[in-house]
Design a protein around this ligand. Structure first.
Ligand SMILES: Cc1cc2nc3c(=O)[nH]c(=O)nc-3n(C[C@H](O)[C@H](O)[C@H](O)COP(=O)(O)O)c2cc1C
Length: 333
C-alpha cells in the first residue's frame, strides 16, 4: 500500500464514532477508512476489523493511543477526583466510587497484529522498535502523528512510512507526545516539516472541503486526513445531540480543554471549557477515567463534543457522497 493511492483519509475517531459500516463505506468510496480503536479492548478491535471486512471495506487503518511512560501522581488523582464532585453534581450524575480501567495497550496491539489492517496509525507517542518490526513483518504500513517539527523528525528516525501532521485547528485530542505541548497552525507546521522531513506528510486540522484539500496538497501534503467533516455522516455513530450541536455551530464554536482527559483537546464549547486550576486535573489518561461516567450520563453540556475549527462548515450526507464530493471539489480547485 502506498499513499499515492490515497489523497483522502477518514480520520480515526475513538469513542464509538467510527463503527464498522462507517469505515467500510469510506474505504469502499475510495478514501482510507480508519477505525479509532483507542478505547477498544483486543476482542472489540478484532470484531471491528471483521465487521469492516464483512461490510466490504478492504484496505483500512486501525489507530491506537500510545500509553504514557510515567505513572500518575496519586495525590493529583485524589485532588482531581475531589474537584470533579461539583461537576457530577451540576450535571445530575451520581459519581461512582470505582472507575473502569482502560484497555491494556499490549492486548490492543496484539489484536492489531492479528487483524492485520493495511495501515496501523498511532498518536500520543512513538512505537518501540520491536513493535514496528512486528507490523512490518505482517506488511502493515506505519503512520505516526506529529504536532511539531521535532516530533515529525523523531517519527522519521523511527522509520515510519508516513506522518500525520496535526495542526492546532484539529478536532479531538492533540496528538503530541507531551500532553501539555502547545499546538501549531497546520499551514506553518506543513511548511516547516516539508523542509525537515522527506516522508509522505498527511495534513490534518480544520480541513472541511476539497478546496482545503487542494490547499494542503499544493503546499506539499501527500494526503489530507479529515475528522470533523465526517462527524455528521449518516453512517457515523456520532450521538444525535452532538450532530445537532454541529448543525447549529457558527464560526468560532470550538475551544480547547484538558479537563476531559488530562490532554489538550478541541471540541464544541461547553461546560468543559470553563477555566480550571491545573491541580484539579489529573494527568492523562487518569482524568479520562474519572470523567467517563459523567460524560456518558450527562447531557450535551457535559459530553466531549470533539470537533475542529471547521465545525460550522460540516455537512450532513452519506459517507460515500461526502468522499465523492470532496474529491470532485478537490479536483476542480
Ligand atoms: C471526534 C474525534 C475523535 C478523534 N479521535 C482520534 C483518535 O482516536 N486517534 C487519532 O489519531 N486522532 C483522533 N482525532 C483527531 C483526528 O485524527 C484528526 O487529527 C482531526 O480530526 C483533524 O482535524 P478536523 O477534525 O478538523 O478534521 C479525533 C478527532 C475527532 C474530531
Amino acid at each position: 500500500m502506498s499513499f499515492q493511492h490515497y489523497s483522502l483519509i477518514q480520520a480515526p475517531m475513538a469513542g464509538g464514532i467510527s463503527g464498522a459500516r462507517f469505515v467500510a463505506e469510506a474505504s469502499r468510496a475510495g478514501a482510507l477508512g480508519s477505525v479509532g480503536a483507542g478505547y477498544l479492548s483486543g476482542a472489540a478491535i478484532l470484531e471491528s476489523a471483521r465487521g469492516v471486512r464483512d461490510a466490504g471495506g478492504d484496505a483500512f487503518a486501525i489507530n491506537l493511543f500510545i500509553p504514557p511512560s510515567q505513572t500518575p501522581d496519586a495525590e493529583q488523582v485524589v485532588n482531581a477526583k475531589a474537584a470533579l464532585r461539583s461537576c457530577y453534581a451540576a450535571a445530575g450524575v451520581a459519581m461512582p466510587e470505582q472507575f473502569a480501567p482502560l484497555p491494556s495497550f499490549d492486548e490492543q496491539f496484539e489484536a492489531v497484529l492479528e487483524a492485520r489492517p493495511a495501515v496501523f496509525s498511532y498518536t500520543f507517542g512513538r512505537l518501540p522498535r520491536d513493535r514496528m518490526d512486528a507490523c512490518r513483518a505482517r506488511g502493515i504500513v506505519l503512520v505516526g502523528t506529529a504536532t511539531s517539527v521535532a516530533e515529525a523528525q523523531a517519527l522519521a528516525e523511527d522509520g515510519v512510512d508516513a506522518v500525520v501532521l496535526q495542526g492546532e485547528e484539529a478536532g479531538g485530542h492533540r496528538g503530541s507526545v507531551d500532553p501539555l505541548a502547545p499546538g501549531m497552525a497546520l499551514d506553518a507546521l506543513l511548511a516547516a516539516c516539508r523542509q525537515a522531513v522527506s516522508l509522505p506528510l498527511i495534513a490534518a486540522g480544520g480541513l472541511m472541503d476539497g478546496a482545503d484539500m487542494a490547499r494542503v496538497m499544493r503546499a506539499g501534503a501527500a494526503a489530507a486526513q479529515l475528522g470533523t467533516a465526517f462527524l455528521r455522516c449518516h453512517e457515523a455513530d456520532t450521538a444525535e445531540v452532538w450532530k445537532q450541536r454541529l448543525a447549529d455551530a457558527g464560526p468560532g464554536a470550538t475551544g480547547v480543554t484538558r479537563a476531559v482527559s488530562g490532554r489538550w483537546a478541541r471540541g464544541l464549547a461547553n461546560a468543559w471549557m470553563d477555566e480550571r486550576a491545573p491541580q484539579d486535573i489529573a494527568p492523562y489518561p487518569e482524568q479520562h477515567r474519572l470523567t467517563s461516567p459523567l460524560r456518558k450520563g450527562a447531557g450535551a453540556d457535559w459530553k466531549s463534543l470533539w470537533a475542529g475549527t471547521g465545525a460550522h462548515r460540516s455537512r450532513e450526507m452519506p459517507v460515500a457522497e461526502l468522499v465523492r464530493t470532496l474529491e470532485e471539489e478537490w479536483k476542480s480547485s
